[in-house]
Design a binder for this molecule. Structure first.
Ligand SMILES: NC(=O)c1ccc[n+]([C@@H]2O[C@H](COP(=O)([O-])OP(=O)(O)OC[C@H]3O[C@@H](n4cnc5c(N)ncnc54)[C@H](O)[C@@H]3O)[C@@H](O)[C@H]2O)c1
Length: 338
């Protein structure tokens, strides 16, 4: 018998919604659909192993694989498809896939008829604990990733852990990179939890942060723990390092930097290694051949940097945004890892 499903509420004022987590959770989809929905536009990808069972009339729209398809053109095609099937504002879009599908389906839903409800059925670990939660949707431009988008909260989210059995190993690793981050955002011992409870707890942590700062005015930035070096590594390796792999290294760097700044002791740095390198088995070294000055330069240009070099760092008051960090401790932390 499967472990019981977990239900987590994302407590956004006036638009709270449920996330259902567990094996077989997709069977709960009907309970998350708006009662007004008479038709469903399903947005998915070839190779996503989850099918939606519904008695409502529906049409499935398959979008391409990979970031090069995360575009306004794809959103345009979807909206034209919605129009042809006669989708109205009372109906619903259901995104079935990883973060790419839920970002694109969410943005198409936010735009079509100036907003139709959307439900996400997340099928990757990264999607379940991150992308499908919190209402950020969007697409890429040739000028940069996720440059066009909208905040559009879903009406509900399904995290069916059955989907993870077919997930390629590298995608699992990427999910672990983001999951490792949650270990440091609260004092919880996430390793003591089974997968259903751990995914549910990650969702709960993200939900609480998002509800306190829906539009990323401040606190939501702590979700970027480990991401400043990660973004630089993705660019410096021309995306040979995937996002979650880069976050894993970025978490270790953030710990070293916090230690350089006297914010955490070496035992806490070791805890980062224990979680990232040992528990999740992720690579924690900066790849060979990368240069500290180049990484420093890329971090200075990070779009989330408000005041010179800005980092999200652990410390006596927990993880928080630390602006105006000098070059020297950053270079010293990098030197420990290069
Ligand atoms: N909105 C947000 O808050 C947020 C947060 C983090 C990431 N993102 C976005 O999420 C995207 C990355 O998401 P991702 O890591 O889930 O990657 P992805 O959606 O690109 O999926 C990776 C690959 O796995 C396949 N796949 C999906 N589910 C599968 C399954 N169950 N079995 C086998 N294959 C499966 C997909 O078809 C794809 O080829 C990026 O575009 C990123 O910008 C958004």
């Amino acid at each position: 018998m499967n472990a019981p499903l977990r239900r987590v509420t994302v407590p956004i004022e006036g638009r709270a919604y449920e996330v259902v987590v567990g094996l077989g959770a997709v069977a709960e989809l009907p309970s998350l659909l708006p009662p007004t929905a008479k038709r469903i536009a399903v947005v998915s990808q070839e190779g996503v192993p989850v099918q939606i069972e519904t008695t409502l009339p529906h049409e499935v729209f398959c979008i391409g694989q990979g970031e090069q398809h995360k575009t306004l053109a794809t959103v345009g095609d979807l909206c034209r498809g919605f129009a042809r099937m006669g989708l109205t504002r009372n109906d619903v879009v259901v995104g079935v896939g990883g973060g790419m599908v839920t970002d694109v389906a969410g943005f198409a839903a936010a735009s079509y008829h100036r907003g139709v409800p959307v439900v996400h059925v997340s099928t990757t670990l990264l999607g379940m604990i991150d992308a499908a939660i919190g209402g950020k949707t969007g697409v890429n431009l040739p000028e940069g990733k996720n440059l066009v988008g909208a905040f559009w909260q879903p009406s509900g989210v399904i995290c069916d852990l059955d989907a993870l059995t077919t997930l390629p190993e590298r995608e699992v690793r990427c999910g672990y990179g983001e999951m490792a981050k949650y270990h440091f955002l609260t004092g919880d011992d996430l390793l003591a939890l089974d997968l259903t409870d751990r995914v549910a707890r990650c969702v709960e942590i993200k939900a609480e942060v998002v509800a306190s700062d829906e539009r990323e005015g401040g606190r939501r930035a702590i979700l970027n723990y480990g991401h400043t070096l990660a973004h630089a590594l993705e660019i410096a390796t021309e995306h040979r390092l995937a996002h979650g792999e880069a976050v894993a290294i970025g978490l270790i760097f953030a710990a070293h930097l916090a230690n350089e700044l006297g914010r955490i002791d070496i035992a806490r740095v070791d805890e980062h290694f224990e979680v990232v390198g040992v528990a999740y088995g992720l690579a924690t070294d900066i790849p060979r051949g990368l240069d500290a000055d180049r990484l420093l330069d890329l971090m200075r240009k990070d779009k989330k940097a408000l005041d010179g070099l800005t980092f999200v760092l652990d410390g006596p008051a927990g993880v928080e945004v630390v602006p105006g960090v000098a070059d020297e401790p950053v270079l010293a932390a990098l030197a420990r890892m290069l």
